[in-house]
Ligand binder design. Structure first.
Ligand code: EPZ
Length: 426
């Protein structure tokens, strides 16, 4: 198993480029199942979750041609409207094919996602919303079996709780439903807007994406299209935090400032200088960061996917910060590993109380999920000495070539195999 070895203490300097957004590319790829025509996608990040989604599309019968970050999907026929357990167990977002498969073929068999390190994460809202569009759904043997032999019918759907992939799943079902669908209390994330942008290019009729109420007028058929995925705001946020906490001078190329506005407000309050450049954001933070509280919220609030990375920054800040996680019930696994590096963090339910320390020390740590692994990389960049991060496969799920990108701006980070490490250690 691979590990990441990091020597801390170097400021990050120069330009670092952001890839396409994983959390947009996933539903955008699923949306390709809605048409026979070819969909040409640009800036698709080459990360493990994307490869899983491509396997899911191929399994269903689509043709998927990958050429670097350019992907062409052609779902001329969807012979097997299914998402098997072996693929779904590696990636919860597989449930994003449920809506498109039912809408396109009138049926779907999708494995239930199972447990996740950051919370229960049920898909009850996905299921309930499709039932409101007339699908009959039963859960059996670990699978969701959905059918709508006469097609879906538009309806007024209110989400009791804001759900990002739930909104995307329903949107992708509603575009081929008969009549109008209104999605109330919809997610407003930029990734939802990006999926809606592709669907509109395919001929869908959507209004209000990016607001809490989305109107969809169903059409009988969609056609092929071309689309460029938005930049990854979570990757951009990760790099902005890294630039601030290493006291470097970093330009994060290709990010959309508005998409990370909730973060930049906090970084500025913490003493960082964040300025807009022609094509992104520049971050500098010569002095010690100040402790600043955050509460995670749905977009446009502070992203839960940046909470772990922000906590890493607060472990060395001047003062005590309160970090409140409102989206997921178990998203503080990284705190225990940060404590192994000398961080002072007290957990109380959904709140972490972080007392900033003058320094962290390198240690052997284990990543528990995607963003927790990014948090450990950031802490390692500012820790004294060497840190060894285990289970970096979590990182590869959502960060494209992260160590190469960090090396280019001065980080001392390398990937080592367990065997390599063991031989060097003796
Ligand atoms: C998306 O997950 C992202 N994943 C997550 O990013 C992100 O953390 C999350 O949105 C919140 O921003 C993708 O886009 C692929 P939710 P999603 O449905 O859609 C509860 C990363 O690191 N809920 O908005 O699964 C749920 O348990 C990942 O890239 C139900 O109860 O999140 C959670 O507490 C991690 N029933 C809350 O709602 C449902 O049917 C919000 O979850 C659906 C959700």
């Amino acid at each position: 198993m691979e590990k990441l070895r990091v020597q801390g203490g170097r400021p990050l300097e120069g330009e670092i480029a952001v890839s396409g957004a994983k959390n947009s590319a996933l539903p955008v790829l699923a949306a390709c199942l809605l048409t026979k025509g070819p969909v040409k996608l640009n800036r698709v990040p080459r990360v493990r979750d994307i490869r899983t989604m491509e396997k899911l599309l191929t399994y269903a019968g689509a043709r998927v041609d990958v050429n670097g970050s350019h992907v062409v999907v052609e779902a001329g026929a969807v012979e097997k409207p299914e998402a098997p357990y072996d693929l779904v167990k590696t990636m919860r977002a597989s449930s994003l094919v449920l809506g498109p498969l039912v809408a396109r073929t009138g049926r779907a068999r999708v494995s239930m996602p199972g447990g996740c390190a950051i919370g229960a994460r049920p898909i009850n809202l996905h299921v309930a919303s499709l039932e409101q569009l007339g699908a009959s759904i039963r859960q059996e043997h670990g699978y969701v079996e959905a059918s709508a032999p006469n097609g879906l019918k538009g309806a007024y759907v209110h989400f009791d709780r804001i759900t990002v992939t739930g909104t995307e799943d329903l949107l992708m079902a509603a575009v081929l439903a008969d009549g109008e669908t209104v999605i109330h209390n919809a997610a407003r994330e930029p990734e939802v807007v990006d999926v809606a942008a592709l669907l509109s290019k395919m001929g869908a009729r959507i209004e209000g994406a990016g607001t809490s109420t989305i109107h969809v007028q169903g059409v009988s058929e969609l056609h092929g299209a071309q689309h460029t995925i938005i930049p990854d705001r979570i990757e951009a946020g990760t790099f902005l935090i890294a630039g601030a906490m290493t006291h470097g001078d970093l330009v994060v190329q290709g990010c959309i400032p508005e998409h990370v506005a909730a973060l930049t407000v906090k970084l500025r309050q913490a003493g960082a200088d964040v300025t807009e450049t022609e094509n992104g954001l520049r971050v500098r933070c010569p002095g010690r960061m100040r402790a600043v509280d955050i509460t995670t919220e749905e977009y446009p609030g502070f992203a839960t996917d940046l909470q772990a990375q922000y906590m890493a920054a607060m472990t060395k800040a001047d003062g005590i910060s309160f970090i409140t996680e409102t989206i997921f019930e178990n998203r503080f696994m990284h705190a225990l590993e940060l404590a192994r590096m000398g961080a002072n963090i007290r957990l109380e339910g959904r709140q972490a109380i972080v007392a900033g320390m003058p320094e962290l020390s390198g240690a052997q740590v284990i990543a528990s999920d995607l963003r927790a692994s990014a948090s450990l990389v950031l802490a390692a960049l500012v820790a004294k000495g060497e840190t060894l991060i285990d289970r970096v496969y979590h990182l590869d799920r959502g960060y494209e070539r992260i160590e190469a990108k960090l090396q280019r701006v001065g980080a001392q980070v390398e990937r080592v195999s367990s065997h390599e490490y063991a031989t060097q250690a003796t």
